[in-house]
Ligand binder design. Structure first.
Ligand SMILES: [Zn+2]
Length: 253
């Protein structure tokens, strides 16, 4: 680290759990953020400000005026621009140290199987079940930790799926694709603005902990937030023996 970096990251370096060694790990890390909306905004901003060296942001959507109520990386002047490019601009303005790359494509199996192996971990900041399952398949297949967040109305969820740990469930274990619930989206259901900030900031926190190897991450624990009463509930998650995604993948590995 140069003098400017020692100064910029001094409040991280002061933490015993992080220190110079942890900060160097962050600077050498590459994370993949899928989704540049309500969750992707705080995730990218915090990972960028914290000095995660490489951040790849995937999104094929454009900034709309209805996004600005909660998608804090975007601005009035960037309405109509690509969200992934807008987030890259926001992170670059915050920390020129970080290499941020926009991938303007839908996150399908082909793209994910190309991008996921290059990253140290993946953050699911999407808003639909089909993409969530595609991300999960790629993370299990390439054995990459997945920090998963969701927010709708006043309800938030966050957990970590880590295929590097044998007891860890995957997304399919908990939410099997065969009994997909009806798709609900912010466009039809609404979402309380700070909720995506709360969940997104926690996703960033879990990602930084995983990258530095500190603390106890949310693997095997699902946190559920009721924003109306501001109460958290914790559910313990277990692997499904017959899981269509991680069941066979891990027998052969
Ligand atoms: Zn599974």
């Amino acid at each position: 680290m140069n003098d400017e970096q020692l100064l910029r990251y001094s409040r991280h370096i002061l933490l015993d759990e992080i220190g110079i060694e942890g900060q160097q790990k962050l600077l050498a890390s590459h994370v993949l953020v899928i989704g540049a909306g309500g969750l992707g905004s705080p995730v990218a901003l915090y990972l960028g400000s914290a000095g995660v060296g490489r951040i790849t942001v995937v999104d094929d959507d454009r900034v709309d005026v209805t996004n600005l109520q909660r998608q804090i990386a975007h601005t009035v002047s960037r309405i109509g621009e690509l969200k992934a490019v807008s987030v890259v601009q926001a992170v670059a303005a915050l920390n020129p140290d970080v290499e941020v790359v926009a991938v303007v494509q839908r996150a399908d199996d082909v793209l994910l199987n190309h991008l996921v192996p290059q990253a140290d971990l993946v953050l699911d900041c999407t808003d639909n079940f089909a993409t969530r399952h595609a991300i999960n398949r790629a993370c299990v297949g390439h054995r990459k930790p997945l920090v998963s967040g969701a927010a709708i109305r006043f309800d938030g969820q966050i957990t970590v799926y880590n295929p590097q740990i044998s007891e860890s469930p995957c997304y399919e274990c908990i939410f099997p694709e065969s009994d997909l619930p009806e798709e609900i989206s912010c466009a039809t259901m609404g979402v309380f603005a700070p909720l995506v900030g709360i969940v997104g900031a926690m996703q960033a926190a879990e990602a930084l902990k995983l990258l530095c190897g500190i603390g106890r991450v949310l693997t095997g624990r699902l946190l559920l937030l009721d924003g109306r009463s501001m109460e958290w509930h914790q559910m313990m998650l277990v692997r499904s023996e017959g899981c269509a995604v991680c069941g066979t993948a891990r027998v052969t590995s």
